[in-house]
Design a protein around this ligand. Structure first.
Ligand code: FCB
Length: 451
């Protein structure tokens, strides 16, 4: 068997992503905590609880990340800790984040900090959260405060995580009849497309206000948004209706966030509105990629804008039918993103796989597609696997396990998964080799390296 090595660029960032509410534990002052208390909201009535105890012990896991050869990590700060009530700053909380980021720097890990990753302080949620444009200047002030306090350790910022998906899961996915279905429903559990568009608009304007605020405090800052993009395809490529449905999804789910922060276009039910101060407010593009979604036209389903998701017979599906594993999707999306002419970070990519029997192959096949895009001059600067540790997976609670490190939330025990060992080899060598494939996923040898 011939030997081959796929080399990544010399200064490539290798890391993982986490979010405050999913790992810190003890976050009781935000809308997600309140949502967790409601019956039927989280699978099996689970709660974030102590999560991965990062508020006390993040360092232990970050040290493991460094030992795995990771040189970058994406985490978020919890607004409800830093500003527990309007205009009151908690210096102890900011000090704790300074400690975490300082520790990361000591370990040779470059932080990327997200300012809003799904959770909103209760005092703000009670005034309508992102439905109410009053949040925009408050988010701008929060961003400035965080950058003043933490800027010594970080100059790479994500303002908002997945603004479009956040609005869809919180404002469209709720049941029209008001009953709760935990899967894929976020607080406040509403079902109103117009309201979702309003929320997207406020998030985009919040982003641009924060963008300028950050750049004022820290002129060298690089600021972007983490966009969740799926790879949409029509079931019948020759069917104009299927293609129309895919175009609709593309426009709403994939392009509206990008066109918002790069071209200044705020999406409407039909068309868009141009907002000058929003244009060109991304120094980089963050891509969160998880799955392919194959769609067909379904006249009986106006609630989904006449789209029906179809799982192809050949599809490989991850735990609890989370989504279709489709490595080529990340390549096609990266190529498309390359056209915006901005640096790209893969801010999330991962698979729920409690048994870890698919994750090693997932890593190899997806990273090979990333490598291919890089070889074709797509400016991918780094890759943050989701996630370092199993954590509180929102409405799915602890049922979906995304970690390279297994966590038992009751005992807080850790165990490095085999995929974690593989990722460590990739990070340390900045390569993927035939030898790694041979040892971790020999069944892929023939398809990846024929002959
Ligand atoms: C993304 C979220 C992240 C995590 C992964 C699995 O949409 O940004 O917090 O839940 O999905």
């Amino acid at each position: 068997m011939p030997e081959a090595t796929l080399h990544f660029p010399p200064d490539f960032r290798w890391g993982c992503g986490t979010a405050a509410h999913q790992v810190e534990g003890g976050n009781t002052n935000n809308d997600w905590y309140a949502w967790e208390q409601g019956e039927g909201h989280i699978a099996n009535g689970q709660k974030s609880g102590l999560a991965c105890d990062w508020w006390n012990k993040a360092e232990a896991d970050l040290e493991l990340a460094a030992a795995m050869g990771q040189n970058a990590h994406r985490l978020s700060v919890e607004w409800s800790r830093i500003e527990p009530s309007e205009g009151k700053w908690d210096d102890a909380a900011l000090d704790r984040y300074r400690q975490m980021l300082g520790f990361m720097r000591e370990q040779g890990i470059e932080p990327m900090v997200t300012l809003h990753h799904f959770t909103t302080p209760l005092w703000l949620a009670e005034c309508g959260g992102w439905e109410n444009p009053a949040i925009i200047p408050l988010f701008e002030r929060f961003a400035a405060k965080v950058v003043q306090s933490l800027g010594q350790f970080c100059d790479l910022w994500v303002t908002i995580n997945e603004p479009v998906l956040y609005a869809i899961l919180g404002y469209v996915a709720g049941s029209p009849r008001g009953e709760t279905h935990h899967q894929l429903t976020f607080p406040p559990g509403k079902h109103d497309l117009d309201l979702a568009l309003k929320v997207i608009e406020n998030l985009l304007l919040g982003h641009s206000a924060a963008y300028y605020a950050i750049r004022r405090v820290q002129p060298q800052a690089r600021v972007g948004v983490a966009h969740n993009l799926s790879y949409f395809q029509p079931l019948h490529p020759n069917s104009p209706l299927d293609r129309f449905i895919v175009g609709q999804r593309e426009r709403l789910m994939n392009r509206s966030g990008l066109d918002g922060t790069l071209k200044g276009l705020v999406p409407r039910a039909i068309g868009s509105r141009r907002v000058r101060e929003l244009a060109n407010t991304s120094d980089f593009i963050g891509l969160n990629y998880y799955m392919r979604s194959v769609l067909t036209f379904d006249s009986s389903n106006p609630g989904t804008l006449f789209a029906k998701e179809v799982v192809p017979a050949s599809a490989e599906i991850s735990d609890l039918h989370y989504g279709e594993v489709y490595p080529e999707g990340i390549y096609h999306l990266l190529k498309r993103l390359g056209r915006y002419g901005k640096p790209i970070y893969i801010t999330e990519n991962g698979i729920p796989d409690a048994d870890d029997d698919r994750r090693p192959a997932f890593l190899i096949t997806h990273l090979r597609q990333v490598w291919k895009a890089v070889m074709q001059n797509t400016p991918v600067m780094g890759y943050y696997h989701w996630s370092l540790v199993d954590n509180f997976e929102w409405a799915e609670g602890w049922n979906l396990r995304f970690g390279l490190i297994e966590v038992n939330p009751e005992t807080q025990e850790r165990k490095l998964r085999r995929s974690g060992e593989l990722y460590a080899e990739i990070c340390k060598t900045n390569t993927i080799t035939t030898d790694m494939v041979q040892r971790y996923v020999p069944e892929l040898m023939e398809s990846l390296f024929p002959g």
